[in-house]
Design a protein around this ligand. Structure first.
Ligand code: AMP
Ligand code: MG
Length: 418
């Protein structure tokens, strides 16, 4: 059986796909892989939670003060005029008062200190006058102010983290605040990747005429590292029947995901497609997308296969738009809606109708203080500086033509807080 030619969209079961169709098909192929491990919470950052985290504590565990000041009884607060409260003790964080607050009394209290019995209100120290052992309180205070309640952050029995959550720094602290030292997370995906193409040269060797350095493997290494997968870098595979077959066979038996760049576009004189056909079931798609028209995807034994385009910007665009959501799904993560914002185009953006484009842009503040986006210049799929200078994709729908300066466009920012 021969694989459908990517040059003929009607021959491929996938044919010419919209971005949404391709994304849906990939997500359908990407089934969560099994396997769970138990990790110390410090090692669990970025990992996918395999169990719900149910609070077994109230946090905070006791009623405490939100301010440095004086713990008083709300009933003693004056509606008008002043009252004088007798200072009868102090409560520090970690050193509660053993004395209750009676009528006409108060206790010096610090932020985080347990509220003494009898008191229900904290007056900020700046809001009162202190005369030796007496605190003078004026009107305008609310009973109950400046008090943090038991369990107001998390209460016993609350589900505070759902399975499928990718753990963020706040989650690690939250687990610690519950006294949880270890969590169960999904095992890391194993991703094998290699480059194809006889023009490619590994770093450290001089370039002969007609050769280029293999940059895609480094970009993929970086993007996969951020995703937290186990990396199996298989190098550059020469365009040789046996070498290609051996590489795919090796990769599919060791990894959950096999990924290549190059060799999926029209007119490639290589053995990649033949080998994929022998070893698995892979479809070659052409997508109504720029950059990144060709994409191959399917199964190689138990592994999922992605054949990314060769051009460096296409590799990154297809990775972020298709591969990353699929890998996250395989890793057990809950689906994440990409952050897409509407901003003003600061300048004219060139585009022909027909394909959805992920142009590269930079966000900036306009003269009026509103956010706007500028292009990073040359937008060829081989121009990696267009990506490196960018901090967002400018997403222009398939049917759109040129965008005039001042029109609203959608952007997908690359980065948030780390
Ligand atoms: P292909 O899809 O193999 O025809 O490749 C398309 C373009 O991407 C060609 O200009 C290739 O030289 C280039 N290319 C392919 N693989 C890589 C790579 N690993 N690093 C940099 N450029 C590449
Ligand atoms: Mg090639």
């Amino acid at each position: 059986m021969t694989s459908p030619s990517p040059s003929d969209p009607c021959a491929a079961p996938g044919g010419l796909l919209t971005v949404d169709e391709a994304r849906a098909r990939l997500l359908d192929l990407a089934r969560p892989v099994g396997g769970v491990e138990q990790l110390a919470i410090r090692s669990a950052l970025g990992r996918v939670l395999a169990e719900p985290v149910i609070s077994t504590l109230d946090v905070p565990p006791y009623v405490n003060s939100a301010m440095d000041g004086y713990a008083v009884r709300g009933a003693d607060l004056p509606v008008e005029g002043e009252v004088r409260l007798r200072l009868v003790g102090k409560a520090m964080a970690g050193a509660p008062s053993d004395r209750a607050v009676g009528e006409g009394e108060c206790i010096r209290i610090m932020t985080g200190a347990m509220m003494p019995e009898g008191a229900d209100t904290v007056l900020m120290q700046e809001a009162v006058k202190v005369e030796e052992e007496t605190v003078v309180v004026g009107p305008g205070h609310q009973p109950g102010e400046n008090v943090r309640h038991k369990g107001e952050d998390m209460a016993i029995g609350d589900c505070v983290l759902e399975p499928g959550r990718r753990l963020l720094p706040a989650d690690i602290g939250l687990l610690a605040s519950l006294g949880i030292p270890e969590v169960r997370v999904h095992r890391r995906l194993r991703v094998a990747f290699f480059s194809t193409g006889d023009e490619l040269v590994p770093l450290g060797r001089p370039l002969a005429p007609g050769q280029i350095y293999d940059s895609n493997r480094y970009t993929l290494h970086a993007m996969l590292t951020r995703l937290g997968v186990v990396l199996l870098d298989m190098g550059i595979i020469p365009d040789d029947r046996e070498a290609v077959r051996a590489a795919f066979h090796d990769a599919m038996t060791q990894a959950d995901v096999v990924m290549t760049s190059g060799g999926v576009s029209v007119g490639e004189a290589d053995y990649v497609k033949q080998t994929l056909d022998e070893l698995g079931k892979v479809d070659f798609w052409r997508m109504k997308m720029k950059p990144g028209k060709p994409l191959a995807a399917g199964r190689l034994g138990d592994a999922l296969f992605f054949g990314l385009p060769g051009n460096p910007v296409s590799v990154m665009a297809t990775f972020y738009q298709f591969v990353q959501p699929a890998l996250l799904r395989m890793a057990g993560a809950l689906p994440e809606e990409p952050l897409i914002l509407k901003v003003r185009a600061a300048e004219r953006l060139k585009k022909s109708p027909g394909r959805l484009e992920y142009q590269r842009g930079r966000l900036r503040r306009g003269a009026d203080g509103e956010w706007e986006v500028v292009s990073t210049g040359r937008q060829g799929s081989h121009v990696l500086t267009s990506m490196s200078r960018a901090d967002c994709f400018i997403i222009l729908p398939a049917e759109s033509g040129d965008v005039a300066a001042g029109e609203t466009v959608e952007v997908q920012p690359f980065a948030g807080l780390v």
